[in-house]
Design a protein around this ligand. Structure first.
Ligand SMILES: [Zn+2]
Length: 458
């Protein structure tokens, strides 16, 4: 058991900052059948939990959630491969990203995921929602990702991006991998619920992934819908990242992107629509009606020059993602705020705070069941023990009313002191519990191999 002593609790959802309190966290193995999670929050708990290891700190908050990223792109940092200049987004995909994903094999994927997840942990990100592509190595890829999450100790969702761009068998293999992984997780959860010895609740679940809709025909889309239905998961797809995707949908299929998704049964409370930059008002309404999430990735949209989501403030469930840029969610939050201000939109940093927090609602919709925490993103009894301890000494008062201002203009990942996921320290006093140096060294070797394989596949 861990007892955080005299910490001020930052709550992003209320929002509020508490007076100094103690937070008691149960860890797996504390006693027979003990599950990890926050057990109590109160003014003075040391006497009540005398055996707990006491941890001092300044501010304690729920861990941050990255609601859309691509761990396979972590080894593209500083890429030294001859990439032809691209005149538009479709060319960027063809010249760079589709060449990169074709060059990925499972050892490269493993190293890439470890590098991306280690980076996320260092930034106080405790849950990562990934969208994977690697058409030469589809089978088993989601389990490779899961193992990387487990080695670093992070929570998250993974999926494989189904697409027709590699032919019918490629599309079927994508769906097969998504379904295989969902069954793997279902089996582990069932074993836990049945009290099977040694069974653990998985930290990772799967969604049904799909690439941008301009690469998914009706037959494959319908098969994705079947997979969503049979697995009980949601879809995680790219839509309207670039205007081309929206135009293609109306031109070739005679329907808006959101309508195509909805007809196939891909819009629901567990679904994530990546980007949605070029969705129209009626599509925004349809997505809201279905209670699906829209993942906004300001930095990536700026970098790809795909335009700005002028209807962002009209969406019901905006979440924030990094889309494979650095894993730092506070930096992403800042870019989201500043790019919106520049666009002349109506939102202020305080309006982006619910977007940062909302990734927790996504987690709640996937991690709900026997033995799972009752809530995510809260420091309260029954909530997941996914927490960040901050070494923050603000030069101005920090209160509930100005948390967003501190996030936009002050608090940064530099101040992450310790990171806990599911009651276990992933980083404590700035020291990772995993072999970060060894993983980085291996990642550099795999990066060189990946770049060489890209040159061979130009
Ligand atoms: Zn993406």
């Amino acid at each position: 058991m861990i007892l955080f002593e005299k910490v001020r609790v930052i709550d992003f959802s209320l929002p509020s900052v508490s007076p100094p309190v103690d937070v008691a966290v149960a860890q797996e193995g504390d006693g027979a059948g003990t599950l990890s999670g926050i057990v109590e929050v109160g003014p003075s708990l040391a006497a009540k939990y005398p055996k707990a290891r006491r941890v001092a700190g300044k501010y304690l908050s729920p861990g941050l959630v990255c609601s859309h990223t691509h761990l396979y792109s972590a080894l593209a940092r500083g890429l030294m491969v001859d990439i032809a200049p691209s005149k538009d987004f479709a060319q960027q995909l063809a010249h760079l990203w589709w060449r990169l994903d074709r060059a990925i094999d499972l050892p490269i994927l493993e190293s890439s995921a470890l590098a991306g997840l280690a980076d996320a942990a260092a930034c106080g990100v405790t849950s990562v929602v990934d969208h994977h592509a690697g058409p030469q190595s589809i089978d088993g890829s989601l389990t490779v990702l899961r193992k990387a999450y487990e080695r670093i100790g992070l929570r998250g969702l993974v999926c494989y991006e189904t697409t027709d761009r590699n032919g019918g068998e490629g599309a079927r293999a994508g769906i097969r991998e998504n379904l295989r992984f969902a069954r793997e997780i279902d089996a582990d959860r069932a074993a836990f619920a049945a009290g099977k010895k040694g069974a653990k609740l998985p930290l990772v679940d799967g969604a049904i992934g799909g690439h941008a809709l301009f690469t998914i025909g009706e037959e494959t889309l319908a098969a994705m819908g079947d997979a969503v239905k049979s697995s009980g998961r949601g879809a995680h797809i790219h839509a309207a990242e670039d205007k081309y995707d929206a135009v293609d949908s109306r031109h070739r299929f005679g329907a808006d992107l959101a309508v195509r998704l909805d007809r196939a049964g891909l819009l629901g409370p567990k679904s994530i629509v990546g980007h949605g930059v070029w969705l129209t008002e009626s599509e925004v309404e349809l997505i809201a009606e279905r209670d699906a999430f829209v993942a906004h990735n300001a930095r990536s949209n700026m970098n790809n020059a795909v335009g700005y989501n002028g209807l962002l403030h009209r969406h019901r469930n905006v979440v924030l993602g990094t889309d494979g840029m650095s894993a730092d969610m506070l930096e992403e939050f800042r870019f989201a705020c500043f790019r919106h201000r520049e666009s002349g939109g109506p939102w202020w940093p305080g309006d982006f705070l619910p977007c940062l927090d909302r990734g927790n609602r996504l987690l709640e919709r996937y991690f709900a069941g026997v033995g799972e925490p009752r809530s995510f993103g809260k420091v309260e009894a029954g909530a997941a023990a996914d927490l960040v301890l901050w070494d923050y000494d603000p030069p101005t008062p920090l209160e509930g009313a100005n948390i967003a201002g501190h996030l936009a203009f002050g608090l940064s990942s530099r101040q992450v002191r310790s990171v806990m996921v599911n009651g276990q320290f992933v980083i404590e006093d700035k020291v990772p519990a995993f072999d970060s140096e060894g993983m980085a060294a291996e990642a550099r070797e795999e990066a060189s191999r990946l770049w060489k394989r890209m040159e061979e596949r130009s």
